[in-house]
Design a protein. Structure first.
Length: 58
């Protein structure tokens, strides 16, 4: 079940005339692609590089 946040995001994108929404793959747990698709908006998952973790300074 959707909580409405994806719907609001898709509505804003559509109102702004957007045809594509870019997002980091970490958001795939809470952004529903079907909501964007229903409005004709392509949801693209960015393929950003992953940086190594910084060693602890302590």
């Amino acid at each position: 079940m959707h909580d409405g946040k994806t719907e609001r995001l898709a509505i804003l994108c559509a109102q702004a005339g957007g045809a594509e929404y870019l997002s980091d793959p970490s958001a795939s747990e809470y952004i529903y692609e079907s909501v964007f698709a229903a409005r004709g908006i392509n949801l693209t998952w960015l393929d950003s590089p992953r940086y190594p973790e910084c060693p602890s300074l302590g």
